[in-house]
Write a protein that binds this ligand. Sequence first.
Ligand code: FUB
Length: 325
Amino acid sequence: MRMKTSKYLVPDDYMADPAVHVFNGKLYIYPSHDRESGIPENDNGDHFDMKDYHVFSTDDIENGEITDHGVVLDTKDIPWAGHQLWDCDVACKNGKYYMYFPLKDKTDIFRIGVAIADKPEGPFIPLPDPIRGSYSIDPAILEENGEYYMYFGGLWGGQLQRYRDNKALESAVFPADNEPAIPSRVVKLSPDMLQFAEEPRPVIILGKDGKPLTTGDNRKRFFEASWIHKYNGKYYFSYSTGDTHLLCYATGDNPYGPFTYQGVILTPVVGWTTHHAIVEFKGKWYLFHHDCVPSGDITWLRSLKVIELEYAGDGKIKTIEGTEK
Ligand code: FUB
């Protein structure tokens, strides 16, 4: 039976930005933990002022209980913390679990930190410093043949427009509408999982004409919320278009890309942000995401959802409606 309508996973709290993985046969969900901070809404996302993470797990996403493992990392325990604990992801290597999280440091610059656990449900112990050379937000990890790759970056409040060639600019630069759009980044992690093994590279998304998407392609180009999964030997790089509120995807033949734009996964939801994870569990594919229906469209109080995701015979993802009738 197909789960045709989406369902809310944590009805009694606000959770967003799901990263989802199967570890030891169970599904683990790593969301951001939204809260009311009283900070007014602005284009910089200051109203997203989260302080901690919970982990959730289940054996049966369609009918089973969702276990809340409680607070597994708190900014008060992160030595370099400023504020704003945004979207994280978790990877497993040699029985250890590594959480990658974006957080503003004490000078209001987003960096990506690492915290380590012995179990997928944590608790996660943070390292004293962020990853050297890290910047911006929204890390997502791909494991491929024993190598681990991090995709990251986000515009506006995510600060990606302040960097070019991995160097900080004097001030933010947004390319003109006819210039290549600002890309997400991808970088291989060091064997100990704690640092970048190389300089981050741009994730190039090509249009059907074989040319990189431009800033003006704002219903297709990357904005934030990178995710990566494999299906039938292809790499599916998916992301939010931010100010046009779509989840889109592009496919490629290797983790570094280039990727070719394919289409829309999810049309706009209630709320400004849209963010997701795609994962296979017990033979079915699922889209995890969030919306602001339960909070009455308070854009910084988001609720976790899941719905089954389907591929057409040609490997295309069937578009899902963000607002169900
Ligand atoms: O949760 C804060 C930010 O909102 C995330 O980092 C973005 O992807 C967007 O969902």
